[in-house]
Write a protein that binds this ligand. Structure first.
Ligand code: SAM
Length: 193
């Protein structure tokens, strides 16, 4: 029976250690943020893009970029916009940074930051795929900081207390709902009256 040589054994342990460290980092980040970096499926991504006008200008925020599934597609879909994609989990954020280095999108910035600490002021659109707890916290921040008319597209989870201008339900396995909101003119603004 063949046995592992010292070099192979060291390589094996390094690879195993790397995999375990990566997995541990994802588990810890999931516990911290409340959601894993589960990517949007290609089918849902196509539908989400259809809800963001391709001539959108200004800043488009992607809240929780994961592996960049939506962020890179958004940058391609909205060439006149600047996409800022926030991701807190180190491994997916590093993967997005590597992707941006290998296949750069000039109108995309990947920020390894907590989007709850970022300013949304002046953004023209927001796209997210999060979870109910984050949506509950996000609603008041979006109302306070986004300009009137800004578009919010949420994959699966609704904004509590907001009335969508459009709800789109896919005929996929999960009957995935997509919610489209527009920030009303009467919303209280940060720094306003
Ligand atoms: C379900 S994944 C969505 C990934 C990607 N948007 C997509 O649709 O393929 C949600 C991501 O949000 C990230 N996230 C959750 N809360 C965050 C926060 N406060 N700041 C930055 N990223 C956050 C998680 O780490 C996770 O990768």
């Amino acid at each position: 029976m063949a046995t592992l040589g010292t070099t192979e054994a060291v390589l094996f342990l390094l690879v195993l250690g790397g995999l375990l460290a990566g997995l541990g980092s994802i588990v810890l980040s999931t516990l911290r943020t409340g959601i894993s970096p589960m990517p949007t499926s290609p089918r849902v991504r196509r539908e989400v893009l259809g809800l963001v006008p391709s001539d959108t200008r200004g800043v488009v925020l992607e809240l929780g970029a994961g592996w960049g599934t939506l962020a890179f597609a958004l940058a391609d879909h909205c060439p006149q916009a600047q996409v800022v994609a926030y991701e807190l989990s180190p491994l997916p954020a590093g993967f997005c940074a590597l992707r941006q280095r290998l296949a750069p999108r000039p109108n995309l910035r990947v920020a390894r930051e907590d989007f709850f600490r970022a300013s949304f002021a002046g953004a023209s659109a927001v796209v997210c795929y999060l979870y109910p707890g984050a949506m509950a916290k996000l609603g008041p921040k979006l109302l306070a900081e986004l300009p009137a008319g800004a578009r919010v597209v949420s994959h699966t989870f609704a904004l509590h207390g907001w009335r969508p201008v459009h709800t789109h339900r896919l005929d996929d396995l999960y009957r995935t709902p997509l919610y489209v909101y527009e920030v009303p003119a009467s919303a209280p603004r940060a720094g306003g009256e």
